[in-house]
Design a binder for this molecule. Structure first.
Ligand code: FAD
Ligand code: UDP
Length: 369
């Protein structure tokens, strides 16, 4: 097959763009991925124990966008269910994100209303008008005790950086509530693909115009001619690190199998002050797989390995801005489009990158007229 478009990366962005270009514009698309599998970091697979695991950390799909759910529902049925996380502090497990129950347990209070909690927390908060980093953000929302118990140690472990060296958006990802809502995220739709993420994306690109080649690196195809390229890999790598390497954070996962139906009371436990790992995850709580065994994964943050997390701070963002200028020229002159978490160096969730991919498809379609 002669291809109209090369897509580098078979993650969510690559799959959505392939699907749109093939179905709506009748383009012939080649998707490549350097890994042995598709679905990017959303990839899930059956572990040797028979348990379905999320290979690159727990993926909790969430969105407020009904149209997005409708779009993805063409490729999957869903398991509904919210995500519940607890955080260990000394010898107790607290509901996390911080909410009224956390505050009552932690400070040994019996607040019953949001306004009682608000009044109490207002006295704890440090008055900082425009928090410039994650430390200031949390201190300005809940004060020193809760910051030190639940955020400081976790953030140091996860990023190997003090929260004062990270943008406010990092800790700002976590809601803080005065009610008793214990869900990890606020979003209206909290859904898991019934047969897994990999199956969802497989179905999405099941089209006669789409060819997928795994174990194939872009550097081996760089000199071939394609009218359009969509690049979803790391942007610094595309430009041969011309302005230096962007910093990424990675994780090492260790798995333990148990001959029990469940080991943890909920899907995720965070450890701000114990262990070298940040969290333990029992994804069965979310996938609802019926199986006698269970697998817990433990996440050890590291600088080595695949790029998982862009590190949002001023230095990295200024390097990224330089690459972004090069990328804009590449788009104009060579029709290469950069999209996704690695290509835009943005801490995007899956719903956000899928929306970005749908937007990019519209742009490409307009330019094609
Ligand atoms: P990716 O999924 O990273 O896919 C990019 C693909 O490009 C990869 O498969 C890579 O192998 C390939 N590639 C890169 N360079 C090349 C090259 N040179 N040649 C060929 N192929 C290449 N999102 C949520 O919504 N909820 C969550 O709970 C959640 N949890 C997460 C937990 C972790 C630990 C991580 C790391 C991410 C999490 N995410 C979560 C985010 C989600 O994984 C990403 O938003 C999403 O996968 C980004 O899609 P993408 O297509 O941009 O990139
Ligand atoms: N965080 C924290 N304590 C926790 C959970 C999160 O301090 O118990 C901070 C930490 O800096 C983390 C960020 O909030 O990197 C975002 O957390 P999230 O759970 O959204 O991270 P992800 O699921 O993307 O790894």
């Amino acid at each position: 097959m002669e291809f109209d478009v090369l897509i580098v990366g078979a993650g969510p962005v690559g799959c959505v763009l392939a699907e749109q270009l093939a179905n709506l514009s009748n383009k012939k698309v080649l998707i490549i991925d350097k890994r042995y599998h598709m679905a990017g970091n959303c990839y899930d697979e059956t572990h040797e124990s028979g348990v379905l695991i999320h290979k690159y950390g727990p993926h909790y799909f969430r969105t407020n966008d009904k149209n997005l759910v409708d779009y993805l529902s063409k490729f999957t049925e869903w398991i509904e269910g919210n995500y519940y996380v607890t955080s260990k502090y000394i010898n107790e497990y607290y509901p996390f994100p911080i909410n009224r129950l956390t505050i009552n347990n932690f400070f040994e209070k019996k607040f019953k209303t949001e306004s009682e909690v608000e009044k109490f927390i207002n006295e704890k908060r440090i008055k900082i008008e425009n928090p410039k980093n994650s430390e200031e953000f949390v201190l300005s929302r809940v004060g020193k005790e809760l910051y030190e118990a639940f955020y400081l140690g976790y953030t140091l472990k996860q990023w190997d950086l003090h929260p004062s060296k990270l943008g406010p958006s990092v800790c700002g990802r976590i809601p803080i509530r005065y009610n008793e809502d214990c869900r990890y995220v606020d979003h209206k739709y909290q859904l898991t693909p019934k047969f897994g993420f990999t199956e969802l994306f497989k179905k999405m690109i099941n089209h006669k115009n789409i060819d997928l080649k795994l174990n194939t690196d872009f550097k081996d195809l760089r000199n071939e001619n394609f009218k359009t390229i969509i690049y979803t890999g790391a942007i610094d790598e595309y430009f041969n690190f011309k302005y230096g390497k962007l910093k990424w954070r990675s994780l090492e996962f260790k798995y333990k199998t148990f001959n029990k139906e469940f080991v943890q009371p909920n899907v995720q436990i965070n450890y701000s002050n114990d262990f070298n790992y940040t969290r333990s995850v029992e994804i069965k709580h979310v996938t609802k797989q019926k199986i006698e065994k269970t697998v817990i994964s433990y996440e050890y943050p590291t600088d080595k390995g695949d790029p998982y997390y862009p590190i949002p701070n001023e230095i990295n963002e200024s390097i990224y801005r330089k690459y972004k200028l090069l990328a804009e020229i590449e788009t104009k002159e060579k029709n290469v489009h950069f999209c996704g978490r690695l290509a835009e160096y943005k801490y995007y969730n899956t719903d956000e990158v899928i929306l970005k991919a749908l937007e990019l498809y519209q742009k490409i379609k307009e330019n094609d007229k």
